[in-house]
Design a protein around this ligand. Structure first.
Ligand SMILES: [Zn+2]
Length: 122
């Protein structure tokens, strides 16, 4: 087991996808999101690099993962918004900051960073 195993700590285990009329469905993020690959075995997935950055609105973490089934690389991008805009009480930003939005968004990207689609929420 390498240090890179720790990169899994930055990946939520599950994401929620919304189904138009049937509520939400939970899916595992420990799978390969590349087209034509059905790998759902975490043991065949190898996270090897992490990037993170933030601006005033969001915190973004990108984990690069090698799939040892299709031998390709994809990226999981986790984007969490820091806070919800509060149109009222613009000056009261102390206590409001405590209410940081706990929900984040997950996207899958291919090796070159092309968007494979919005996966869901975590
Ligand atoms: Zn794959």
């Amino acid at each position: 087991m390498s240090d890179n195993e720790n990169l899994w700590n930055d990946v939520p285990v599950y994401a929620w996808i919304s189904l138009a009329r049937r509520g939400m469905e939970k899916i595992s993020l420990e799978q390969c999101f590349l087209k034509g690959c059905d790998n759902q075995d975490r043991n065949l997935l190898e996270p090897f690099k992490k990037e993170s950055y933030e601006d005033e609105k969001r915190q973004v973490t990108i984990v690069h993962i090698k799939c040892n089934k299709c031998n390709r690389v994809f990226q999981l991008k986790m984007e969490s918004l820091k806070k919800v805009a509060r149109p009222t009480k613009p000056d009261d930003n102390k206590s409001e900051d405590e209410q940081a939005l706990s929900m984040g968004l997950v996207y899958a990207l291919d090796e070159k960073g092309n968007d494979l689609g919005h996966i869901g929420f975590y």
